[in-house]
Design a protein around this ligand. Sequence first.
Ligand SMILES: [Zn+2]
Length: 113
Amino acid sequence: MHEMSIALNIIDIVLEAAKQEHAERINSIEMEIGALAGVIPEALSFCFTEAQKNTPAAQAQINFKFTPAEAFCPACEHRFPAYERAVLCPKCGDMVVQLSGGTALKVKKINID
Ligand SMILES: [Zn+2]
């Protein structure tokens, strides 16, 4: 499963950071997920719960911060945040053809003791 390899990767990053800081406990992790990153948060959350078992991050809470893609409507030159791939321009109702960004998938913040 795609999300499982991401979850294992998050654990790696977090444990490495905790080691460098000589932390004893990992309290929480904040993940940034772009709207177009192709990740299902529920699936990732489930996989993370599995991946964190028997690790120093076993008690860590994972929180997601969603960031939109930027949509640009060439018809009316309107820019707006898009949370999905198929969007209509809220101004003129045109099909938006240009989307950029929104593919971030990274650990933003780690709260450790
Ligand atoms: Zn438009």
